[in-house]
Design a protein around this ligand. Structure first.
Ligand code: GCV
Length: 655
């Protein structure tokens, strides 16, 4: 019997405190089948026992049997079923990952019910780490990371001690995630070596990941045939380039036979891609796909493609249109093992955007939807911002509305549900202890997009904080609705990008207005917002199927939370509730500050019910959130007051 691995040494256990697994640690646990992931069930039980100071279970202790025999027909890989047999429990699954998922489910929900059948909705449930092997000078060692440095890389290589990586994989597996892209999609020089000199380390990580039912993926750089292969081109139609990718794939799969494949950001924000050679994204993706195909690998090709060198004077170009414009004409040209990975919205993970029309437009190509768990534009893990309601809204959005064929985003994204990770080497994994809720909820929604975000919040907080009902009520009040609060303060009625350029924290109303990034709100003395209608604007609204297109096109039917995304609207325009547009902007900002103050005060009512460190970490961040909220309110109300000249109906202080 190997020495048990410590259970979250020196780190917060998130939603898996050992005490919650006491019933498992005290049981006679038997595992039948399931390979490395099945064996992990036993390792985890041993770790729990060591952590809880329990010895071997008594001979008459209840038995938990985890078996791959007799799993219900039709369960997908990773799924499981729970059966009660008196005090004994049987978890049946088609594979080891399913056994492990059943084990963690019984930790999160100790009274997991008889007859529970859990079947993941989609095969690929993925976290993308934007981790660099070295600090990149601007963003640190995790691009857009707000929770410390990478848990995987340090000083230009994979860490020797994988204890933190093990903890991370445990967190992933415990919510059913099964795929992990190890490195930043912006692949720097150092990370290129992952397919080469660092490959033995990748294999070491993949071995560990496999034991948690997780496959690893690598982000690769499209110009690697030049930088690594010594060629003078990376043209996807050049046979030498194809050979380079084949050889690379062969080498990778010798080291990691179950590698998921490649994740690629190409022709995007300055990354190299097929356009340099007059080729398109299908040519680019397919050359990689053909190298991976013999090994069963897949290319995840990102659709975050737009002109990041736009002239702000150019009103004919609309960044929101770009992904649809680029990729819809290529539908049907991608090989079967290409999955197009599409961000949830057409811009870039703003607090509010419409659903990307590309997600519903590709009929002949497999797509995956990409969310951002790391809070780049949503408060950077200084603000509480529970994002599951946003993801849930997106997953439920129905492109088939008004037709006889329902086609939700969850239906369309058959290739997977993916998100950028919010994890780093901070003590609590996510910088802000309450940001753990986002990681948890993302995994659960990837598993089952029908789950209710508020119920998930309850599930997470009970697992994390225990059964102290007063504390749970307090945590709920601090976290629930916080996405809406962030939106009220930062992005009135769907207009985004009033954020400080580059680092993206805090307000700067015109920070992006005269830049090359395609991120404008066009506020002037009369009104604000982007006319994206077909009739008079950029035509973006026309990228949706007819029912949605018609709704967005018309100012009278456009959902208010997206009004300024689709229309340039006068400050005096009356909203459904009777007030003017500018008054709504004032009101939501003043209310937003009050709301954040209320959350901070509410935390103080329950803070003595959690450990000192969590209490303090949350307290400190809530204080910053109050400061930041006031800053947003002051800047935005002042800006629009000066622009419009309209007084606040309630006479509040505007500068
Ligand atoms: C990894 C946004 C972020 C970048 C990120 C990019 C992407 O633009 O600001 O840091 O780069 O999205 O998704 O590729």
């Amino acid at each position: 019997m190997p020495t048990p691995q410590p259970w979250f040494p020196d780190t917060h256990p998130c939603w898996l405190p050992a005490a919650r697994g006491r019933h498992l640690a005290a049981a006679r646990v038997e595992v039948d089948g399931g390979g490395p992931a099945g064996a992990t069930v036993l390792d985890e039980v041993a770790s729990l026992r060591a952590e809880l100071g329990l010895g071997e279970p008594a001979a008459d202790a209840p038995r938990w049997l985890f078996t791959t025999a007799g799993a219900p027909d039709g369960l997908r890989p990773g799924g499981f079923a729970v059966h009660h047999d008196g005090a004994d429990r049987v978890v049946r699954a088609p594979d080891g990952a399913g056994l492990l998922h059943g084990f963690y489910r019984a930790l999160v929900v100790p009274d997991v019910l008889d007859g529970t059948v859990e079947d993941p909705a989609v095969d690929l449930r993925m976290l993308d780490s934007w981790d660099n092997m070295t600090a990149d000078g601007v963003m640190g060692s995790v691009e857009r990371g707000y929770a410390g440095d990478s848990v995987l890389f340090r000083d230009g290589r994979v860490v020797e001690d994988l204890t933190r990586v093990r903890g991370f994989l445990r967190l992933m597996a415990s919510v059913g995630l099964n795929a992990w892209a190890l490195n930043n999609v912006n692949v720097h020089d150092a990370e290129r070596g992952l397919v080469d000199e660092h490959l033995p380390d990748v294999a070491r990580v993949a071995d560990l990941a496999r034991s948690f039912g997780v496959r690893v993926w690598l982000s690769v750089d499209f110009s690697s045939p030049i930088s690594l292969g010594g060629l003078d081109v990376a043209d996807p139609l050049d046979e030498r380039v194809a050979a380079f990718w084949r050889e690379t794939a062969d080498r990778l799969y010798r080291a990691v036979p179950d590698l998921g494949g490649f994740l690629v950001k190409a022709d995007s924000e300055g990354r190299p891609g097929p356009h340099a050679y007059g080729r398109d994204h299908a040519d680019g993706a397919n050359v990689l796909a053909r190298a991976l195909a013999p090994h069963g690998g897949t290319v995840l090709w990102r659709c975050f493609v737009y002109d990041h060198r736009q002239d702000w004077r150019d009103r004919s170009t609309d960044r929101a249109r770009a992904a649809h414009d680029h990729f819809v004409p290529l539908d049907g040209r991608f090989d079967d093992n290409v999955v197009l990975q599409v961000k949830n919205g057409p811009m870039d993970f703003q607090v509010r955007e419409p659903v990307s029309p590309l997600l519903g437009a590709l009929r002949e190509t497999t797509t995956a939807v990409e969310f951002q768990v790391t809070q780049e534009y949503t408060g950077q893990q200084q603000h509480v911002c529970y994002l599951a309601p946003q993801w849930s809204e997106v997953l439920r959005f129905d492109f088939g509305e008004g037709t006889s064929e329902p086609r939700t985003v969850a239906d369309c994204a058959r290739g997977g549900v993916v998100a950028v990770s919010n994890v780093g080497d901070s003590w609590c994994w996510t910088g802000h202890p309450l940001a753990q809720a986002n990681l948890f909820a993302f995994g659960r929604l990837a598993w089952d997009p029908r789950l209710d975000p508020d119920a998930l919040l309850g599930e997470w907080s009970r697992a994390t904080f225990g059964d102290d009902e007063e504390l749970l009520a307090g945590v709920h009040d601090v976290v629930a609705g916080s996405w809406r609060t962030y939106e009220d303060l930062t992005a009135p009625l769907g207009v985004g990008w009033m954020v400080s350029p580059h680092h993206h924290y805090g307000p700067d109303v015109e920070g992006y207005e005269y830049t090359a990034w395609g991120t404008y709100h066009f506020a002037d003395r009369d009104g604000v917002g982007v006319d994206r209608t077909v009739a008079t604007g950029t035509g973006y609204a026309g990228q949706y199927p007819p029912a949605h297109a018609a709704r967005y096109e018309d100012l009278a039917t456009c959902p208010e939370e997206l009004l300024l995304f689709f229309h340039h609207v006068g400050y005096g325009h009356r909203l459904s509730t009777g007030e003017t547009l500018v008054q709504r902007i004032y009101d939501t900002h003043f209310a937003g500050v009050e709301d954040v103050r209320r959350r901070a005060a509410r935390w103080e009512e329950v803070a003595d019910r959690v450990d000192e460190r969590t209490a303090q970490e949350v307290r400190t961040r809530l204080a910053e959130q109050v400061r930041s909220a006031q800053e947003w309110c002051d800047r935005i109300t002042t800006y629009f007051h000066r622009a419009s000249g309209a007084p606040d109906a309630h006479g509040r202080r505007i500068f």
